[in-house]
Design a protein around this ligand. Structure first.
Ligand SMILES: O=C(O)CCC(=O)C(=O)O
Length: 255
């Protein structure tokens, strides 16, 4: 049922803040997930609309909390085999679900996803949250595969970098080892994934092909992580006080 990760994979993740894991989904799971994701994208749901921001649409066409719009997505959003990989990588006692999103890069006129960290966007006191990013198509530099800066998950307290602004994250780490020329590019086959820590600098190439780049991401966090009071789509409906554990009926402990 569960997949036992090698020590090499776990150590790589802890050392570098990201790791590639091949074939986390079978071919038939990929087909099933892709069908649900396509249905979600075609429906009107909890889509991230940035006020018609054309620049944002060039970077990502995304739908957040897909599991709330399509019951089939629950099978994957709450998939225990995937959550257990997050548990092994972090070494956390328990793993909670934070949110999911389908992440498409539409064909033609697509822009890269700029270098950024995720954690500054999330309402968490502690670090440790992480994403699984699953390729639903084969991805490479031509259609939007990801890149990561090894060990950058050690860098805290950088402001939230907008996905459409002019900010360059590397200006905040000038004079350190964390430069763009250390980027590791990770092409993936459909059904394979990367995990990245919420602090790891990451980027995705533009989609230069004529087909959408289809991927699906789930965000997990270690049980016990506390709410830091920031506004977020997943916690906006809850009366959580700053400093309280991030425990809501939408963020279940999975494992
Ligand atoms: O899919 C992309 O282009 C970017 C994804 C990303 O930034 C993330 O999953 O944190």
């Amino acid at each position: 049922m569960f997949t036992q990760l090698s020590d090499a994979k776990i150590n790589f993740y802890r050392e570098n803040g990201f790791v590639q894991i091949d074939n986390v989904l079978t071919e038939s799971e990929v087909e099933e997930l892709k069908q649900y994701v396509e249905e979600v994208m075609a429906s009107s749901g909890d889509k991230v609309v940035k006020n018609g921001d054309k620049n944002y649409a060039r970077v990502l066409n995304q739908r957040v909390n897909t599991w709330r719009d399509h019951a089939g997505m629950c099978k994957f959003a709450f998939h225990l085999r995937l959550a257990d990989l997050a548990r092994q990588l972090t070494g956390a006692q328990g793993i909670r679900f934070f949110h999911d999103h389908s992440l498409w890069k539409d064909p033609l006129d697509s822009a890269p996803t700029p270098w950024h960290q995720d954690l500054p966007k999330w309402p968490m006191v502690e670090s440790g949250a992480l994403s699984i990013w699953i390729a639903l198509e084969d991805v490479d530099e031509n259609n939007g595969c990801m890149m990561f800066i090894p060990k950058s998950h050690r860098i805290k307290d950088i402001k939230n970098i907008s996905l459409t602004g002019q900010d360059n994250i590397f200006e905040y780490v000038q004079g350190t080892e964390f430069s763009e020329d250390r980027a590791v590019c990770v092409p993936l086959k459909a059904g394979s994934c990367t995990f990245h820590d919420g602090l790891t600098f990451h980027y995705a190439h533009a989609n230069k092909t004529e087909q959408p780049r289809k991927s699906y991401a789930i965000i997990y966090f270690p049980d016990g992580t506390r709410f830091d009071g920031k506004q977020h789509v997943t916690t906006k409906d809850f009366d959580l006080q700053k400093g309280q554990p991030l425990v809501t009926c939408l963020t279940p402990r999975l494992i």
